[in-house]
Design a protein around this ligand. Structure first.
Ligand code: EPZ
Length: 433
């Protein structure tokens, strides 16, 4: 795909952080990875050239671009804009080698079924943070009339009687299942009601793009989403701007809270971060907000206060900020209990942080974090996207040098992470390993 280069072997580079170092200043967040990927998939329903703006320069986007190209689409990146022309799409098959590169490829399932009435998508595997099952995707789509079979690891979807509107209650407010159901229900015959739907801001962003394409979705952002199906021929391409990335914003705000700040993140709707803001305030930070920015600061002479955190579906505390807040808690006065309710294996970051001197006891999905005086720089390895980002932040406050390896994880979801931290004053460089 023109303008992309995800083949670059980033694992041969390291980020070196010299601590302690303070972060101060403003940084603009990129568009939300967890929205842009689905907006690209939704473009399949537009059957023409859609423009998606504010798309981050990250490797997951490159891979989704290749998924769409493999289907026959043309995807051209122009800076932070993507021109996605799906008129030429003539296949409904997404191969194993792309799905294994990025689980989110499963997001083409719903729109392919909506567009062609069938799909063949390789079953996604698990990843470091959990099994990442798709049973709820299948149950929801089956309720719309989809029949599934598995052919040697490939999920085969057909709609012998077409897509019919239905009422489905999701067992868990799964983001991916809600999105796949939405992208099929918009062209189902009749009305669909999705109960216990995911309420993440990225769901609202997707619904807004689908409606701009001619769909009729209501209630996105609430647990009850209504869809009035329209004929596929009613859907058309559109131009849509991706919302700011609330997890990237929360990551930089954590950096400001760690080092004192003030750090201001721009290009983000503060309402996306209410729970994270509340937790920063509970830990002793001063947070101010504006229409599209959030700022955090703290007196570095006053230790952070401990707090308990339960990760939950939105508007609960986001699991994608759990590692970042575990780092904050490891330097807070007292004991914090962090409970990970969303993924079954998302505490691997703790073991790397303990190598820097943190004091954490893990017990199933609870982490008991005892605050320590300080951390020591060390060579560490990213285990997943958010853990990697948090390890770089740990290097900001640790004494000495921290070398973070396996940057391919960070590059999946953070555009120019080292550069943005350096623009805030961090002594951070990215160099060949
Ligand atoms: C999305 O994953 C995000 N990824 C994740 O961000 C995020 O952590 C997650 O939502 C929760 O907010 C993208 O949007 C690409 P889920 P998704 O379906 O859709 C289980 C990051 O770091 N489940 O809400 O996969 C599942 O295993 C990533 O940016 C089933 O059991 O999340 C998980 O334990 C990490 N069966 C939980 O539900 C299903 O059919 C939440 O999954 C679906 C999900």
């Amino acid at each position: 795909m023109r303008g992309f280069s995800y083949n670059r072997d980033m694992s041969e580079e390291v980020i070196i952080v010299k601590g302690p170092t303070a972060l101060q200043g403003s940084v603009r967040v990129s568009g939300a990875k967890n929205s842009a990927l689905k907006l690209m998939a939704a473009a399949l329903l537009g059957q023409g050239a859609s423009t998606i703006r504010n798309v981050p320069l990250i490797s997951d986007i490159d891979i989704m671009g290749e998924v769409l190209q493999r289907l026959g689409a043309s995807v051209v990146r122009d800076g932070h804009d993507l021109l996605v022309d799906t008129a030429p799409v003539d296949s409904c098959e997404t191969p194993y080698e792309l799905v294994t590169k990025m689980r989110a490829s499963i997001s083409v399932l719903g729109p392919l079924i909506g567009r062609f009435g069938e799909a063949r998508v390789a079953m996604p595997g698990g990843c470091q943070i959990g099994a990442r099952k798709i049973d709820m995707h299948l149950v929801g789509l089956e309720a719309l009339g989809v029949k599934f079979s598995v052919d040697h690891g490939v999920l085969v979807a057909t709609t012998p009687e077409g897509l019919r509107g239905t009422q489905v209650t999701l067992e868990f407010p799964s983001v991916g299942a809600t999105e796949n159901m939405l992208m099929a229900a918009v062209v189902a015959e009749g009305e669909t009601l999705i109960e216990n739907a995911a309420c993440e801001p990225e769901i609202i962003d997707l619904a807004n793009m689908l409606n701009a394409m001619g769909a009729q979705v209501s209630g996105a952002g609430t647990p009850n989403i209504g869809v009035q199906g329209v004929p596929l021929s009613d859907l058309h391409p559109c131009a849509h701007t991706t919302v700011g990335d609330r997890i990237e914003a929360g990551t930089f705000l954590t950096g400001g809270a760690l080092t004192g700040g003030p750090v201001r993140v721009e290009g983000i709707d503060p309402s996306f971060l209410r729970m994270a803001i509340m937790k920063l305030q509970q830990m002793g930070c001063t947070v101010s907000t504006g229409e599209d920015w959030v700022s955090v600061e703290r007196d570095p002479e006053v230790p952070l206060s401990c707090t308990d955190i339960q990760t939950l579906p939105h508007p609960g505390f986001p699991t994608d900020l759990q590692a970042q807040f575990m780092l904050l808690a490891s330097l807070a006065e007292g004991i914090s209990v962090i409970t990970e309710n969303v993924f079954e294996n998302r505490f691997m970051f703790a073991s790397e942080l303990m190598r820097m001197g943190a004091d954490i006891t893990l017990d199933d999905h609870h982490a008991l974090v005892r605050g320590v005086e300080g951390l020591q720089g060390a060579p560490v390895s990213s285990t997943d996207l958010r853990a990697g980002a948090a390890l770089v932040l740990a290097g900001l406050v640790a004494e000495g040098e921290t070398r973070v390896h396996h940057l391919e994880h960070i590059d999946r979801g953070y555009e120019d992470y080292a550069g943005k931290l350096a623009s805030l004053g961090a002594a951070v460089v990215r160099v060949p390993a």
